[in-house]
Each structure stands twice: as C-alpha cells, then as structure tokens.
Ligand binder design. Sequence first.
Ligand SMILES: [Zn+2]
Ligand SMILES: [Zn+2]
Length: 337
Amino acid sequence: MPKCKKAVREGRARAAKLNEVRIRDKQVNEGPLPKESSNVPPMEISNNDLQRNKKFTADEASQDFYKNIEEFEITDEKEADCHETIINRRIIDVSYFLSELKRISNHGPLGCSFTELDLVAETQNGLQSKFTFKCRLCNSKFCINSDNCSDNYLNINTCAVAGTIAIGAGHSQLSELMAAINLPLLSEKSYSYNHELVSRKWENVLSNSMKKAAEIEREFAISNGRMNKDGIPIIDVVADGCWSKRSYKKKYNALSGAAAIIGKHSGELLYLGIKNKYCFICARSENKSVEVPKHKCFKNYSGPSTNMESEIIVEGFKNSINMHNLIYIWILWICKQ
Ligand SMILES: [Zn+2]
Ligand SMILES: [Zn+2]
C-alpha cells in the first residue's frame, strides 16, 4: 500500500478514537445520555451533526472536521523493494503444483520456509510454464513446472490442440479463446507440431482399433464355417461415405471425400479412406509457375468428385486380405435419403 493512503487511514482511525473520547467526556460531565426516542439526537455525533446543531460556518466546520487528522506529506517513495515477478492467469495441475511447493518449502540448513521464496522468473512453452523461485535467506533457486511432465501424462499443449480439433476449430479460434481468458497463447509452430503429434497418435489408435475389429470378425466367420478353399475367413460388411454436393444454395463439388467399411457383425471400423483433389502448396506453386517445394502432399485423387466414395470402397476391398486377412463378400450400403 502506498504511504500516503496508509497515513490517511491512520489519521481517520485516530480521529474516530478522539471522537469516542469526546463523547465519553460529554457523558461524564453531563450525565448518562437519555434513552433513544424519536426526538433524541443520535448517540454517535458525526461531523454533519456538529455542523447542523452548532450552525458552524463552512470554514469552521471544515476546520473542525480536519483538526483531528494529522497531515502527512505525500511522497512517491516506494514502500519496499518488491522482487516478485507479476504473473497472471495460468493453467496448473493443482495436486502436482502443491506437492512441488511442499517440496521446496522448509529447505536448506536454515530451514527456510515458503514465505522466504520470491517468484523471480517464468519460462513459457505455450500453456506450460516453469516458475523459478529464489530464497531471500540462502539464495537457493528452485524450479517448478505448472503441469505434470511425467511420461504417462499428456502434455497440456497437446491436449489443447486435440480439443481444438475435436470441436472443429483451429489455431485462430484457440488463440481467441486463450486471449479472452487471459492465458498464454500457443504459437503457430507449436500448434502445428502438436497437431502432427495428435494425428500420428490417432492413426495408431485407429490402426489398433481396426485390427481388433478384424479379429472379432475373423473369429465369428470361422465359428460359422465361412471360409474359402484357402482358409481365409469371409465376412459381411457395411459401407458408407461422405462427400458434399451443395453448399449455401449453390452447386458445389467438394474437393475432399471420405468413406468407411464397417464389419457387419462387430459394427466396428475395418477400413477408412480419404480422397483429396486439392493441395494448397501444390496449387500455389502451379499458380506462380515455380517448382513445387518438398512437402507432405495430401492430394491423392484427380478424377471426378462423384467417384470418390466408390473408389475408396473399392480400395478397401482390394486391401482386405493384405490388411486383415479377410475377404469381404457381401456389402450393405447405407442409404442417405
Ligand atoms: Zn533458503
Ligand atoms: Zn501437395
């Protein structure tokens, strides 16, 4: 608190005390105050009451009001040197952070407590922060992470990106949200890195999930004796795809399409394909008539958009033996009408 405010507060407290003493003296000299009634003045005499009852002039009232308040010089002198670094909102793993705070408390041969520690620095990596504390007594430094960085914990930045993808948003929307909450922003580079990480993890999970589904379908087919002459199980599948044709009352042929093959018995996914007719990097290079730089190209289709779904399903059928050692013999299309 600045010194001037503190001085005014102390002055007011002293004035209130003096006022109490004056009332007490008045009670001693004039006897006890009469019981409260409608025409009895209030017990506590305020400066306004004094002004009204005694009919002071404005100057006298002003002098009376201020005579009990000592004057203090207002200075711009700092109250104390503050070493603390001011840090606003952050996301922390509460249990982990508290355990880390306990770890650095009561440290050193002097048994310094947490109150001796000043927060002197913060190192940010997206939503993750590393706080550096310095002890005023023994000058030791301690670092604490805002989030648990153990191997079995998913990084908070990766979680933020995964959530953003799940709600159909992107880096721009995440930045808006973080700015509104007054949290640190995730850089575009960090977002792309985590996006790639999440994509690879999801691909692995998807691959494992499809293998398990194929295993269930295989066992079911074998138990029903549905195998060809080479002993390869034969199963029934359901197929569906998505590809948008219209948008906002205009004829629109989507440049991307996806289709999936699902096991009829398990209801689980066996094959998923995506077709893209457009790659931004390739298109930009073509427009500028320059050499296409080395990049991860997502363009994998050049035929008519209407054939995307059927082409993916055909690919899925062709790869059934390679992928799962299964033969898809009966297909059920999901009607979209
Ligand atoms: Zn210390
Ligand atoms: Zn490309």
